[in-house]
Design a protein around this ligand. Structure first.
Ligand SMILES: [Zn+2]
Ligand SMILES: [Zn+2]
Length: 370
């Protein structure tokens, strides 16, 4: 095998095309991955529409990738635990390469997700330059030297690992920015992939109550299988009713922590209303710009709130995400989250399915289900 097919976004909002690339020779420290699944992420839809800055087109999307090591370059490579990586290993990797750990943001501000030197597979890496195969919507992906590779434990299937995509690392980073612990009353705005992962993390951290809030009944039903003790549909209730219900659930005070994972700007003023006095509001769902919204700062001040946001994820969050799935594989039906599977030729359809929110998690499996 010397060539690999890949689905390419030629330029923003143009239909995807499948192209064939030569597989470059593996340099020292590199490896070739046979892609089993590339997760179709909400971010991919935004990339398709050209909504993120600093993205080179033509682009091979796909930053949530699981697969098998097909070949290793001339020198040995190791995973994050220091184990040798061999041909046939089932792996995933942190989509961010080249966090520099030497700039002001990395060293002084200790905010490496704001490092200006970061490059991300399937988002900011340029497919017109060597090694070309830098996105997951392809039969093979070239793992460049320095990529942080993580082995997938034997009992976790490719679908199980794909189910969490970049949602679990984001959720882990988010809970680490909040005082989550046992006995807390938690409410989660949004029951998409990130909201579901937040519910899992609240559960495994011993939260007392976990209320998922969404408008899609199917998503709320799934949330109950992923840790939610209560659900609230925003279509069936008014904001005043939701406040009252959440107060009742949480001993008359309301949730100690509200997590926002919606992607809707309107969720923010509501979250400030829902969280209890002296509580914490942690926002991670505003990754793309959905515009301004009116809020009342007095309410934030009067309620004595801790409000934090989170941007991106670090390698440690990806590492912990794989551990979390592996440790809780019997407890939550991760594989069930993969609701749609597409071939490379149907990558366009995959993006449309994700855009219409018909899927919980869609994947592109260039070689069929593995
Ligand atoms: Zn840096
Ligand atoms: Zn993603």
């Amino acid at each position: 095998m010397t060539k690999s097919r890949a689905a390419v976004v030629p330029s923003p909002s143009e239909p995807l095309v499948v192209e064939e690339y030569e597989i470059p020779e593996l340099v020292s420290g590199a490896a070739l991955m046979r892609v089993a699944n590339a997760g179709v992420c909400g971010t991919d839809v935004h990339l398709w529409h050209g909504k993120l800055s600093g993205v080179p087109y033509p682009l091979i999307p796909g930053h949530e990738v699981v697969g098998t090591i097909e070949d290793v370059g001339p020198s040995p490579i190791r995973d994050l635990d220091g184990n040798l990586i061999k041909v046939g290993d089932r792996v995933t990797f942190h989509d961010v390469t080249k966090t520099c750990y030497s700039c002001w943001y990395c060293l002084i501000a200790k905010a490496p997700t704001k490092c200006p030197n970061r490059e991300v597979y399937g988002i900011t890496r340029d497919s017109t330059k060597w090694p070309h195969l830098i996105g997951g919507y392809a039969e093979y992906l070239y793992l460049t030297p320095g990529t942080h590779i993580i082995k997938i434990p034997d009992h976790v299937s490719f679908d199980g690992a794909s189910a969490v995509g970049c949602a679990m690392p984001t959720a882990i980073h988010t809970v680490m920015r909040s005082p989550l612990g046992w006995g807390k009353n938690v409410a989660i705005q949004g029951a998409g992939p990130v909201g579901l992962m937040l519910a899992i993390l609240a559960k495994v951290n011993g939260a007392s109550t976990i209320t998922s809030i969404d408008q899609a009944p199917n998503r709320l039903k799934i949330a109950q299988e992923f840790g939610a003790t209560h659900t609230l549909n925003i279509r069936d209730t008014s904001l005043a009713e939701r406040k009252d219900i959440l107060k009742d659930i949480a001993g008359g005070h309301g949730p100690d922590i509200v997590y926002e994972a919606t992607g809707s700007a309107l969720a923010i003023p509501e979250g400030i209303e829902l969280v209890r006095e002296g509580g914490t509001y942690t926002i991670c769902g505003q990754y793309t710009d959905s515009g301004p919204v009116e809020i009342n700062p007095h309410l934030m001040n009067r309620k004595h709130l801790d409000i934090r946001t989170v941007w991106g994820s670090e390698t440690t969050h990806v590492y912990q995400a794989i551990k979390t799935i592996a440790d809780n594989y019997d407890r939550f039906p991760f594989e069930k989250l993969v609701t749609h599977r597409f071939s490379l030729d149907d990558a366009q359809k995959a993006l449309e399915t994700q855009e219409k929110q018909l899927s919980v998690k869609a994947v592109i499996s260039p070689h069929g289900k593995e």
